[in-house]
Design a protein around this ligand. Structure first.
Ligand code: ZN
Length: 638
């Protein structure tokens, strides 16, 4: 898709509140009524009814395919079931488009009433629209069919949602009225609807983060238990500071109101999805009550919040699906090192500035990213930019040989790139300027209701040069476009710190292990080991999730998918593997691992004597401590 066409469609998206729906070339009055019945959500069943005032003739109905923020054709079309069309009570036949299975065609007969469309959405727990017995998250893009046409952006919807009895909800979608358990929302464009998920639940808590202020900010919590949604006052303060720090950083907002939605469940995978005026966040049930789980939750909400500026307002020209409201064409995601990478950086910076993470945890996270990226074998063949370009597939990449394949490294590695850019600006300006100035210029004023301003790589380079002149094009070429055998560690070094390794597990690693039972022997043996729910059945301990090529485990012949059965002659446990590392440390003794490979058992001998080994940042006293300066709050909000 050419840039000029994208810009043309973007201009179209700026037109808000058109009164008529257009189907093909013919305008029809009134909005599409869409009613979602979620009363059976606890058994992962959503009933959908749409009334489309379509004129007689050919009609194509589209199910959103390329989902904004997912950067992939993630529209879960296989879970749309029971599709029936009718007009005035008479069935209307449909056919799927063989070359694009997200599209349905039909021939609408003449009639008095609208085209009635009925179907169910069957939602797995891994879906972006899903539910447990106690809560649900509704993303409208999984429960909507829209008439495809040259002007489909003008489509208006009149949405309603029926919840299980007594459930409360939160959303950025303006509410018209509530009748019993049914919510009628104000008419919304397709873009607005798809951008506005709903969180609901039996155990629900809404916290007003900026009472009496405009725009308003709310934190909505739904959990699998009443205890899960009881947020402590000091944690509320952190999120209040997040809002204040973001305003201080960007200097303007691009929303009317903002709603943080947070689902707290151990049955729904942790995740986050960004929107202009809200974010859909999912974390463990105890993410607000247990210290380790809180560390794992970390900066999820600050990351998704940053996206309101970086990703939603400023958006790479190739990622404009949802601006044009045409969700069917493929996207060009090569600039995700800005869209996601700068968001990862700023989300962590704001996490430190707002107190969501202590300065120690902020540095631990940088150390872990740096060490993971630096140890990665796949960087020998694949530039960072290629991971962004391939995001549509890499998001679904398996964990085996992920180190050799590379994963969605445009998150962690780009954080290191942006840290280096920040330290360069601070060094060159003698501390007078920073990446904050770039962000304010690029993502800030004028502010106002949601809008989209696209950019290309050259715009990023030009905006950086306006802050501090430098060979920014060459800087990004070397770190993003070219194969780079080492991770970009310049930001740590410029920032007054050194990446070092010692036997002490970082708090973030320990907390993550506690939560996930995925054990980190990455910088020692070169493996990560999954206890519990392994890939080939429940309750199996010792599954080797991945191996670093060239590491001691790999040299011994061990590969991903194998399972540790015994360590030095005794049944495997994570603690016994640690014991074996300690026993072999500084000796000539080798570690003997009995390993199950499919149905064959074999003993592998690992020649490793370095003990436990984890990354940390260590202060370099000869240099200015820019990393601590970056994490300092801009506001004086208590
Ligand atoms: Zn993101």
């Amino acid at each position: 898709m050419s840039a000029s066409r994208l810009r043309g469609r973007f201009a179209l998206a700026a037109v808000v509140g058109l009164a008529a729906v257009r189907v093909g070339a013919e305008a029809i009055p009134g909005p599409i009524v869409i009613a979602v019945d979620a009363t059976e959500a606890p058994r992962r069943l959503f009933h959908v009814r749409e009334s489309i005032p379509a004129p007689a003739g050919a009609l194509t109905l589209a199910y959103p395919k390329w989902i904004p923020g997912e950067h992939s054709p993630a529209g879960p079309i296989t879970d749309l079931v029971g599709l029936k069309l009718s007009r005035d009570g008479r069935p209307v036949a449909w056919k799927r488009v063989p070359t694009d299975v997200w599209l349905f065609t039909c021939d609408v007969p003449a009639g008095a009433g609208p085209l009635e469309v009925a179907y169910d959405y069957v939602a797995p727990l891994t879906s972006q629209t899903t539910a447990t017995a106690q809560l649900l998250i509704l993303n409208w893009w999984s429960v909507i069919l829209y008439p495809e046409g040259p002007n489909d952006n003008a489509t208006l919807f009149s949405p309603s949602l029926r919840l299980p009895a007594g459930w409360k909800f939160g959303t950025a979608l303006p509410v018209l009225r509530e009748t019993g358990d049914t919510i009628a929302f104000a008419n919304a464009s397709l873009v607005k609807l798809i951008d506005s998920p709903v969180l609901a639940g039996a155990h629900f808590n809404t916290v007003d983060l900026t009472p009496g202020e405009k725009p308003g900010h709310w934190l909505h919590l739904a959990g699998d238990s009443a205890a899960a949604v009881a947020i402590a006052p000091e944690d509320v303060k952190h999120y209040q500071r997040l809002v204040a720090e973001a305003q201080a950083l960007f200097g303007a907002r691009h929303y009317d109101n903002y709603h943080f939605l947070l689902a707290l469940s151990d049955h729904i995978p942790s995740n986050g999805l960004e929107h202009h005026e809200s974010s859909d966040n999912r974390a463990a049930e105890r993410a607000l009550t247990d210290d380790d789980a809180k560390k794992v939750l970390g900066t999820l909400l600050s990351h998704e919040y940053v996206h309101s500026w970086n990703g939603k307002y400023r958006r790479p020209v190739g990622l404009v699906s949802g601006v044009s409201a045409d969700y069917q064409p493929p996207v060009d995601s090569r600039l995700l090192w800005v869209y996601e990478g700068l968001t990862e950086y700023l989300g962590d910076v704001l996490g430190a500035r707002s107190g969501l993470r202590t300065p120690e945890l902020y540095r631990e996270n940088i150390a872990l990213y740096a060490a993971q990226m630096d140890a990665q074998a796949g960087r020998a063949w694949r530039p960072l930019e290629d991971t962004a370009t391939s995001a549509q597939l890499l998001y679904w990449g398996r964990s085996d040989w992920a180190d050799w394949r590379r994963g969605v490294d445009f998150y962690p590695e780009s954080e290191l790139v942006w840290l280096e850019a920040d330290t360069i600006i601070r060094q060159k300006s003698g501390g007078k300027k920073s990446l904050d100035d770039f962000v304010k210029a690029f993502h800030g004023a004028p502010g106002g209701p949601p809008s989209v301003k696209t950019y290309q790589a050259e715009d990023v380079v030009a905006a950086l040069n306006a802050i501090v002149p430098y060979d920014w094009a060459g800087f990004f070429r070397a770190r993003v476009s070219d194969v780079a055998p080492r991770a970009p560690l310049g930001g740590i070094e410029n920032g007054g710190w050194k990446l070092v390794y010692n036997a002490e597990a970082p708090d973030l690693t320990r907390a993550g292990e506690e939560e996930s039972k995925l054990y980190d022997f990455w910088f020692s043996l070169g493996i990560v080991v999954q206890d519990g729910e392994g890939t080939s059945g429940e309750g199996e301990d010792g599954r080797i999730q991945d191996v670093i090529p060239g590491s001691p485990a790999a040299v011994a012949g061990i590969g991903p998918g194998m399972r540790l059965v015994a360590v030095d002659g005794r049944r495997y446990s994570e603690k016994r593997l640690r014991d074996a590392l300690h026993a072999a440390q500084g000796t000539q003794e080798k570690i003997e691992l009995l390993v199950e490979n499919v149905d064959t058992f074999r003993t592998y001998t690992v020649d490793y004597h370095g003990g436990e080994r984890y990354p940390h940042l260590e202060r370099d006293p000869g240099k200015t401590d820019w990393i601590s300066a970056i994490g300092k709050p801009l506001t004086t909000k208590p």
